[in-house]
Ligand binder design. Structure first.
Ligand code: PMP
Length: 290
């Protein structure tokens, strides 16, 4: 359950109880997926609760709104301050934070006239890292980048993610690997992907992916640890049977992958550069922002 009778959310200028917050049934966001959102994590650290990469997330939220022509006037600093207040009001430290920007009633297919910000948060202690994920190549492609603005984090894009993720689960896998319209590896339903071969990491170049903040953090970690990393386009064939691979995202953090289409990644995880990246990430989120 995401909330109880006492949970507070920020909605349209006020902190209100989640159970009392109301929206209307005539908004473009509900009908057409015309909303922008973020997925952020906060962590309990030695210096108290820290939102990881708050500035990057709220800059991206504002950029997503601008790309979608949704009017949105909050600054990154205001958004960050409101989020710390919300965490404190709900007495949360290790938490997931979901900012969502929705549009006012308007059934026509025109740009947003007015928007409402909502901030939701719930407790999240990470259970993702326990098991390696078995993934399959999805039969669904990523949305065509000429049909959508793929660098924006838009509600409607996630219909594709639901199709891909559910297909994988229905077939007995943990998650999907989704290709672009040219058959290149793009990403998962809600995370970016890297694979490792001979000590080098490879990740899909921008185009059909959401360029993740965690993906950038992986680049920063690789620089610090002298791990070579390359952004490039590649087919699933090149990734299948590689030394190691992982998904990365704010919610997922760094998830080791067991196999792609039942072909295992071959190296012992503890002997890989990917393991070093995973460990460095775990340390980073609990110490300070880079
Ligand atoms: N791709 C998709 C489709 C996602 O939903 C996410 C999660 N926001 C990511 C990648 C990873 O992005 P980030 O590292 O910024 O969380």
């Amino acid at each position: 359950m995401y909330y109880n009778n006492e949970t507070l959310v920020y909605f349209n200028g006020n902190f209100v109880k989640a159970k009392d917050a109301q929206t209307d049934l005539y908004g473009q966001s509900l009908h057409y997926g015309y909303s922008v959102f973020e997925g952020i994590k906060s962590y309990k650290t030695d210096e108290g609760t820290k939102i990881f990469k708050a500035e990057e997330h709220y800059d991206r939220l504002r950029r997503s709104a601008a790309l979608m022509q949704i009017p949105f006037s909050y600054s990154t600093q205001e958004l960050t301050d409101l989020t710390y207040q919300l965490l404190e009001l709900n007495k949360l430290s290790d938490a997931y934070i979901r900012p969502l920007v929705i549009c006012s009633p308007n059934m026509s297919l025109t740009k947003g006239k007015q928007s409402f910000l909502t901030l939701l948060t719930w407790e999240w202690d990470n259970g993702y890292l326990a098991d390696k994920a078995r993934i399959m190549t999805s039969s669904f492609q990523r949305p065509n980048p000429k049909a959508f603005l793929m660098e924006a984090k838009v509600g409607g894009h996630y219909v594709n993610s639901i199709l891909a993720s559910q297909e994988a689960k229905d077939k007995g896998y943990d998650e999907a690997l989704v290709l672009d319209e040219k058959g290149n590896v793009a990403e998962s339903s809600g995370a970016n992907v890297f694979y490792e071969k001979d000590g080098m990491l490879y990740t899909p170049a921008k185009g059909s992916i959401l360029p993740g903040i965690t993906r950038n953090t992986v680049f920063e970690i690789c620089k610090e640890l002298n791990i070579p990393v390359k952004e490039t386009f590649f087919k699933p064939d090149e990734m299948r049977g590689a030394d190691a691979a992982f998904f990365c995202g704010t919610a997922a953090e760094i998830v080791a992958l067991d196999s792609l289409d039942d072909v295992p990644f071959t190296k012992n995880w503890k002997d890989t550069a990917s393991d070093k990246v995973q460990q460095a990430y775990q340390k980073l989120v609990r110490v300070r922002s880079l």
